[in-house]
Write a protein that binds this ligand. Structure first.
Ligand code: B4P
Length: 190
């Protein structure tokens, strides 16, 4: 089974490109952001806790996320591949994922890092905010999310670089062109 980490700052197109990968490769998809939004909509204990962090532009604590991910992953034993979208977001999460996959006798196949500059990210997220109804797509929270990314999430890139799994992809341009570059990387790992 292939394990693909789709990585990048908020608004870099992880969710957008995940849809393309699912369509072409039939991989299963785990988006921690989507799982958290479902928990919030259902007003579960996890959802209520997560909402405070998400609306403040902060990360939900590692232990909650790792537990949530492990439970979600248990449901995917038959898939051809799994896309991790928005996970890991800290080095602790990256280490936990390595351990979880190690127990399956496996490892991350590749980490695709979508590179997009700050101005473009803000522009996209403000645009998405007009229709998404997401409580974190406003300028104040977007600014905090980008700070959180730079301090807590960007170090994950070095983790995968040292592990020999990093593939950088330019995340600015047409969605189709970016997907073509992603496909090339996935195909090279077949
Ligand atoms: P996420 O749901 O993961 O969302 P995201 O990073 O904001 O967006 P993404 O990169 O998927 O962008 P999209 O494709 O939609 O996280 C939300 C929050 O949940 C986090 O802030 C955090 O608090 C919490 N959380 C989630 N996972 C966590 C974890 N592991 N640990 C702790 N906390 C966690 O693209 C954005 C917009 O750009 C879209 O409108 C799209 O149409 C547009 N776009 C995409 N590609 C484009 C292109 N090439 N050109 C122009 N526009 C493009």
């Amino acid at each position: 089974m292939k394990y693909l980490v789709l990585f990048g700052p908020p608004g870099s197109g992880k969710g957008t490109q995940s849809e393309n990968i699912i369509k072409k490769y039939g991989y299963a998809h785990i988006s921690t952001g989507d799982v958290l939004r479902a928990e919030m909509a259902n007003q579960t204990e996890l959802g209520k806790t997560a909402k405070g962090y998400i609306d403040a532009g902060q990360l939900v604590p590692d232990d909650l996320i790792i537990d949530m991910l492990a439970k979600t992953m248990d449901g995917y034993t038959e898939a051809k591949g799994i896309i991790f979208d928005g996970f890991p977001r800290t080095v602790a999460q990256a280490k936990a994922l390595k351990e979880m996959l190690g127990k399956r006798g496996s490892d991350v196949t590749v980490m695709i890092n979508l590179q997009v500059d700050n101005d473009e990210l803000v522009k996209r997220l403000l645009e998405r905010g007009k229709i998404s109804g997401r409580s974190d797509d406003n300028l104040e929270t977007i600014t905090k999310r980008l700070e959180t990314y730079n301090t807590q999430t960007a170090p994950v890139i070095d983790f995968y670089k040292e592990d020999g799994k990093l593939e950088n992809i330019q995340g600015v341009g047409s969605i189709d062109d970016i997907f073509a570059a992603i496909s090339k990387v996935i195909d090279s790992k077949a």
